[in-house]
Write a protein that binds this ligand. Structure first.
Ligand SMILES: NC(=O)c1ccc[n+]([C@@H]2O[C@H](COP(=O)([O-])OP(=O)(O)OC[C@H]3O[C@@H](n4cnc5c(N)ncnc54)[C@H](O)[C@@H]3O)[C@@H](O)[C@H]2O)c1
Length: 666
């Protein structure tokens, strides 16, 4: 059977043979055995509803075994045999070229080069699922291959509910992931609903098919590290010879040394797992590997003296580094941490003074004792950081729950008011005021032809557009514009493409729309093939997340989720080709609502209307909310946008004098 025939058949007519998992597969973590016997029976009943009755006798015991062995039913025997990767778009069977582009994006998110646990349909973050099982994948691809531009596919946490009649202007796909009644949004609810096969964790871009590999993280981390240095550098000073100390060389954290090099500093990244450190070194993401503390000290002093730009991976515990640097009086200019403290008890954070292997044993055999060790370590960790900040180090929380867990461990990490933390998060200090409040965020695109030449051409177009805009940019955003021009100029040589021909570029509403318009014109002229636009959910408007994306909202509304929901509804009727809204992503289930979109540009006037209408709204919805929360930069940005588009009318807050409030309630 050809690839097209296989897609069109959906669930095969003949029951495929059972398939063993490949021995070298990077398997998803074993999930909790959380269901009662009755619930396990329900999970099997749910799984079997995808298949004809005559297969049930054979499949029921196999699915029961999967549930016992892995805590989930992935239906692995139904994984197709063809190679999984983003094909050039014309290779997909389709009646709708929009649907074909979505198929390309789905396959990219399941490509073993891109995805973390492709066998279990997990793209990143350990649990960021595209689908819950292979039957959902097969059915969805068939629906996409057969649908027209007057139908919309509804995906409920990976399950294709079906094609519904709609119109050419409607999205082709509407995705919801992990949406639950708010009282049922604790992590164990996810474990249970996911095991039952009725819900999934879509992370951010996994469940919306918009993940483009490590390039997105490198760009975001570079912007963060560069701007962190800007906060402390005096006029005319550079980061040369200055130190950035942090931890973690894992999935996202592994981008830190690369970002440090681009920012031009000395970065020291501690990593307890030698395998993770060696992998990043082999990939060229970190320059040096050192596993001896004395050697590290000597090498850092040399780098300081020579004002080198170098990244060093220290194989060991980060707490040891903070403490020893304090003793040696090595001045750390910028400090952070990217251990996985959002999962502190299961290997996200390794306690100081306990060998790596011993920690792994304790996690399995003495979980309570391990928790005690983690909390002891966090208190030491915070104390060492405090010693450095007392000398002037700028420390920020990297959205990994370091401050939250340190505070829960009783570390000295609270501000004087006893409510806030002593240090800010990267969104509060850097990404929020410097990027999101002005509308800058992780815009991205994918060239559906699969041709690297098309990507080169789009890089060139984007750079020219930004350069032109910058000629008249206000001073407030000149730095951001310059950073983004530098990034796009160097993007090709940074060799960041893994999987589809994709590019990320921080841009504001004006930049995004003008770049998109220029792409659409180039498509119309036949210079390039169709382009998919999208963005990370970690952006201006798409995400309500009180400890990350909206942590710099101070009017008490950071625990509301109106912005994310308004955004997905607003995008869907302004021209998005697909929209998605998720519970969970980055900081955990129940902690965040996040949404995104995809938009296919095909060079038509209709595509031009769509991009003009939707991209403007997709950014300005969030700026409006941020300005209503009295964020100074957002107030500046929204007033500017209202001048640019007189039909935008946003409610502007009146500011209140502090003195007026004093004594009102005494
Ligand atoms: N990079 C970003 O843009 C970004 C943004 C927001 C949040 N985060 C957060 O950063 C964290 C890290 O993400 P990840 O994907 O890299 O996770 P990961 O688990 O793949 O990597 C974390 C690494 O830290 C190491 N580690 C744990 N404890 C250590 C210790 N005490 N000393 C030295 N090394 C230690 C682990 O061995 C692991 O390799 C997550 O909590 C994530 O949510 C990252």
């Amino acid at each position: 059977m050809t690839f097209k025939e296989q897609i069109l058949q959906g669930i095969p007519e003949k029951l495929p043979a059972p398939k063993p998992y490949p021995a070298d597969a990077n398997r998803a973590p074993l999930r909790k055995d959380i269901l009662s016997v009755e619930e396990k029976q329900l999970a099997i009943r749910n799984a079997l509803r995808y298949f004809p009755k005559e297969w049930h006798n054979e499949l029921a015991p196999e699915f029961a075994q999967e549930l016992k062995d892995y805590g989930r039913i992935y239906m692995y025997r139904f994984k197709p045999d063809y190679k999984m990767y983003a094909r050039p778009v014309e290779e997909y069977p389709a009646q709708s070229h929009q649907a074909a582009a979505i198929m390309l994006m789905i396959q990219n998110n399941l490509d073993p080069e891109v995805a973390q646990h492709p066998e279990e349909l997990i793209t990143y973050g350990g649990n960021g699922a595209v689908f819950q099982n292979w039957a959902q994948y097969l059915l969805t691809m068939k629906y996409l291959a057969t649908m027209t531009d007057e139908q919309t596919l509804n995906l409920y946490s990976g399950h294709p509910m079906g094609l519904f009649p709609s119109s050419k202007n409607a999205p082709r796909v509407v995705v919801t992931n992990g949406l639950v009644i708010p009282n049922y949004s604790k992590p164990d609810h996810w474990e249970k609903f996911n095991a039952l096969g009725v819900s999934q964790y879509g992370q951010m871009t996994a469940g919306s098919f918009m993940y483009i590999g490590p390039q997105g993280i490198v760009h975001g981390t570079t912007i963060t590290v560069m701007n962190a240095f800007r906060k402390i550098l005096k006029k005319g000073e550079t980061a040369a010879g200055k130190i950035f100390l942090t931890a973690g060389l894992g999935g996202m954290s592994g981008a830190q040394p690369k970002a440090g090099n681009i920012a031009g500093c000395i970065s020291i990244c501690a990593e307890v797992n030698p395998k993770a450190a060696t992998k990043r070194h082999k990939q060229g993401w970190v320059d040096l590997l050192i596993d001896n503390m004395d050697e590290l000290i000597a090498r850092v002093k040399k780098a300081q003296a020579d004002e080198e730009v170098v990244s060093i991976a220290y194989i060991g515990n980060v707490v040891d580094v903070w403490e020893r640097f304090d003793k040696e009086d090595i001045y750390v200019h910028v400090g952070s941490d990217q251990t996985s403290l959002h999962i502190p008890w299961t290997g996200g954070y390794y306690p100081v003074g306990v060998e790596f292997e011993e920690s792994n044993r304790m996690i399995r055999e003495e979980p309570e004792q391990f928790k005690v060790k983690v909390q002891e370590s966090l208190r030491r960790h915070a104390a060492a950081v405090n010693n450095h900040t007392a000398k002037g180090t700028y420390f920020f929380d990297y959205g990994n729950a370091f401050l939250l867990e340190a505070s829960r461990a009783g570390a000295d990490i609270m501000a004087e008011n006893g409510i806030d933390f002593r240090y800010s998060s990267y969104v509060q200090d850097i990404l929020g005021p410097m990027c999101f409040d002005y509308g800058f965020g992780p815009f991205r695109w994918v060239c559906t032809s699969g041709k690297p030449e098309d990507l080169d051409r789009t890089d060139q177009i984007a750079m020219e557009v930004l350069q032109k805009i910058m000629e008249n940019s206000p001073e407030e955003i000149q730095l951001q514009m310059q950073d983004n021009i530098t990034w796009i100029k160097e993007a090709k040589q940074n060799k960041m493409v893994v999987g589809s021909q994709a590019r990320i570029l921080y841009a504001d509403a004006e930049g995004r729309a003008k770049i998109a318009q220029a792409f659409n014109d180039a498509i119309a002229k036949g210079e390039i093939g169709n382009v998919v636009l999208g963005r990370d959910h970690h952006d201006v408007s798409g995400t309500d997340s009180p400890f990350r994306e909206t942590s710099n909202i101070y009017d008490g509304s950071k625990f509301t989720a109106d912005m994310a929901i308004q955004n997905v509804i607003g995008d869907s009727f302004r021209g998005a080709t697909w929209v998605s809204i998720h519970n969970g992503g980055g900081v955990g289930w129940g902690e965040v609502m996040n949404g995104g979109f995809g938009m296919v540009l095909d060079g038509t006037p209709e595509a031009e209307n769509r991009l003009k209408s939707m991209l403007f709204y997709d950014v300005n919805n969030g700026i409006a909310r941020r300005s209503w929360a009295r964020n100074e930069e957002a107030l500046f940005a929204i007033k500017r946008e209202m001048k640019r588009r007189p039909d935008l009318k946003v409610t502007i807050p009146n500011l209140v004098d502090d003195a007026l409030l004093d004594g009102l309630f005494e």
